[in-house]
Write a protein that binds this ligand. Structure first.
Ligand SMILES: [Zn+2]
Length: 102
């Protein structure tokens, strides 16, 4: 019996490896579309993370200042009760910083 085997349509398999995941890629350019997205998003992601962190630090500073302002108000109310002159926030925070150990 004479049998002829079919000729393969794709003669050679692409041996291109994706630079992101290291798997074989058949996509044009040799990189998976999903890996290209990850690669393109990396700098934006780090930028957004840094921005989020900076906002969190700023919010913490604002919360701390609000706490100090409230403490100053309470201190001034106590001063008023004993008849001493009130202190401003600048002199008060300078004083609290000077007494801080370290
Ligand atoms: Zn990939």
């Amino acid at each position: 019996m004479n049998e002829t085997k079919p000729i393969p349509v794709v003669a050679e398999r692409s041996n291109t490896k994706c630079p992101v995941c290291g798997q074989r890629s058949y996509s044009q350019g040799g990189i998976h579309p999903q890996c290209a997205v990850i690669q393109a998003d990396a700098p934006r992601k780090t930028h957004l993370a840094a921005e989020k962190k900076a906002k969190a630090v700023a919010a913490a500073v604002v919360r701390k200042l609000d706490g100090e302002r409230q403490l100053l108000q309470e201190t001034n109310e106590a001063y008023r009760d004993v008849g001493e002159p009130e202190k401003s926030i600048s002199s008060w925070s300078r004083g609290s910083r000077a007494t801080r150990p370290g």
